[in-house]
Each structure stands twice: as C-alpha cells, then as structure tokens.
Design a protein around this ligand. Structure first.
Ligand SMILES: [Fe+2]
Length: 219
C-alpha cells in the first residue's frame, strides 16, 4: 500500500498535546492501522503537503463559493475528478486531488473496501456544531483548510445527553481536544463491531471562518 504522493512524513503543524487514552496521534499515515486496536476510537496522522499545495488549497477555500461535493467512488478514487468543476478552474482543485486520491486508496486498503463515499465541503458554518457520535463503522475526516474537528476524552462525556437538544454533552470544565489542519483522523463510530456506546464524541469547531473539509465513508 504505497500512496502516490508522500503523505507519511511528520508535519510541523501538529502541536505536541497530551490526548486521552482512547485517542492516538501518530507520526505517519501508515500508522492509521492502529484504529484496529479495540481500546482506541480515534487515530490521527499528519498529512505532509508542500507550501504551494497549502497555498493553493487556502486560496481556493477563500476564493471559490461555498460548496458541497458528494460522490461515490471505487477504492482508486477515480470519481474524485468530478469535484474539479466545483473549484471553477482554481489550482486548488488539482492540489486537493493530489492529496485526496492517495487518502481514499489508503482508506480503501485499510478496510478492504471497494465502494466509498467521499464528501468535500467548503463552508463558513459549522456542519455539526454539537458534540455527537456517528452511526458509521469508521469515518476518515481531514480539515484541509481552517480549524480542525474537536473531540472529548471519555471522562468528559455525558453520553446520556447525546442527541439531547440543549444540555451540553461535555462535562463542566471539560478539555476540548482538537485536530490540526491537515491532520487525518479515523473516527470510530457506533457501528464498529462491539463499539456501541463507545463511538468517538466529536463536533465541528465554532466560528464563521471558511473551512475545507473532506470525509470518506465505507459504503
Ligand atoms: Fe460526526
């Protein structure tokens, strides 16, 4: 399993933070396989991208109108090409494709999956502002531009309040952990075998800054 571009090196954007025992920050995307460890429900790794790629993505996120692209693809990621029109000819489209296709292939290899669902969202509104769990086996999430996803350590979660409309899920004084931009996360959901009631509790960061976020799901 060799990504077509080098996405394995450590990125300097990841700060050295202490994470909860059920979450692991690794140095390389090949270590994302750690998600198979039963005690973990989040594993992350930094993407290594050239400054020119980062610049193209950032410019695209800020210059192209908000959009949401959703497409089913094979493990080869060929259908991701259909997202390019959303970038309106902007160089950020090709920059995204160069990062996204190896990630889709890696995710497909990890789960021996033939069909995947890719979503790319450029938005200035939080997509899921309340802490929640996903009813999926495992979701790849990477914030390409903007602030990364937030999550809670298990001791800070009040699971009974998941799905409630008003009361916060997080305990008072909870530590809110956050992924860095270009940090790929595998978020274990409620549908992972024997993970019911243990899915990673996470949300989108607040604020109205533009974010470019990609997710990949098993279909
Ligand atoms: Fe979610």
């Amino acid at each position: 399993m060799t990504p077509a571009v080098d996405v394995s090196a450590r990125s300097s954007v990841v700060p050295p933070l202490v994470w909860p025992a059920h979450a692991r920050r690794t140095d390389a995307v090949d270590d994302l396989v750690d998600i198979y460890e039963p005690a973990l429900n989040l594993v992350t790794a930094p993407l290594d991208a050239d400054a020119s790629v980062l610049e193209a993505l950032t410019r695209a996120a800020n210059e192209v109108p908000c959009f949401e692209f959703v497409k089913e693809t094979s493990g080869a990621g060929e259908a991701l090409e259909y997202a390019l029109p959303w970038f309106e000819g902007h160089a950020g489209g090709r920059a995204w494709l160069g990062l996204a296709q190896p990630l889709v292939r890696l995710f497909a290899d990890l789960f021996e999956a033939e069909r995947l669902g890719v979503r790319l969202t450029s938005s200035d509104k939080p997509m899921c502002p309340r802490f929640h769990v996903d009813d999926v086996v495992c979701r790849l999430v990477v914030t390409l531009v903007g602030r990364g996803s937030e999550f809670l350590g298990e001791p800070d979660v009040r699971r009974k309040l998941l799905g409630a409309k008003e009361s916060p899920v997080e305990r008072e004084g909870a530590t809110i952990h956050q992924l860095a931009p270009l940090e790929v996360g595998l978020f274990k959901g409620e549908a992972w075998p024997d993970n019911k009631g243990r899915g990673i509790v996470h949300r989108s960061p607040a604020g109205s800054d533009r974010r470019l976020v990609m997710t990949v799901d098993l279909l």
